[in-house]
Ligand binder design. Sequence first.
Ligand SMILES: C[S@@+](CC[C@H](N)C(=O)[O-])C[C@H]1O[C@@H](n2cnc3c(N)ncnc32)[C@H](O)[C@@H]1O
Length: 252
Amino acid sequence: MHSENYNSKVLVEMWTDFINWDKRRLGENGFLLNTLQKFHCQKIFDACLGDGADSIYLLKNGFNVTSNDLDKLFIKKAQENAKKHDVILNVTEYDWRDLDKHFEKKSFDAVLCLGNSLTYLFNKKDQLKTLKNFLYILRDNGILIIDERNYQYFLDKREEILENGEFRYSGKYVYCGDKVHGKPIEISDDKVRMEYTDEKTGKKGYLVLYPFKRGELLNLLKEAGYTKIEQYSDYKKEYNQDADFYQYVCVK
Ligand SMILES: C[S@@+](CC[C@H](N)C(=O)[O-])C[C@H]1O[C@@H](n2cnc3c(N)ncnc32)[C@H](O)[C@@H]1O
């Protein structure tokens, strides 16, 4: 995951402060555990480990978790965090697009793709292949829990955000840190460049991401073959066009 658009080292250093683990849990208010329990999930595939925030939380709550990421620096950071929390990560390093080559069909009860991660892939073919691979490794009636940023807001308000500096973000969900701030510095229909500033060090990190339009991810999930999909807005079971993030619970 190294390119001119992606300086992993700087981002890895600031990611835990960008999330604020305690506030992420407060924001989701039991959503993850309640959903996994509702669908009787025990064996979990966390497709994008990052710094370990969700995998470590689930391990501490007794789940059997396989934690995956492509980025060696993130994996190292997650392993350091796991040590601090006295749990052991079971790590795989597969590209989502190749998961069907590495796992048997129906290997997991749940797949997590959280923290606005599918947005790392830019073309529909890759996004769809990833969602189909998640479906492939899920058991029947297993669930994919996936989330996305409300990029439609970025696209609709691009002048206000870029020219007037009026960027609306509650900071209460998913990425909740108050020492690291993320904001878009370029917005176009096919890419968004995010700038992350660490107030403690003054360092800046950047990510270029694919902005899903309203309804686009939901349509991809249907096209991939998920039979029942529930949409949440900032963890509430409703559609709110002003939400910061949308979550989807998708049943196989
Ligand atoms: C936005 S981070 C989110 C991490 C974590 N889930 C969180 O909530 O903070 C996305 C992660 O997905 C990983 N990733 C991106 N594309 C990937 C791919 N094709 N296969 C596997 N991992 C990927 C990145 O390395 C990164 O650690």
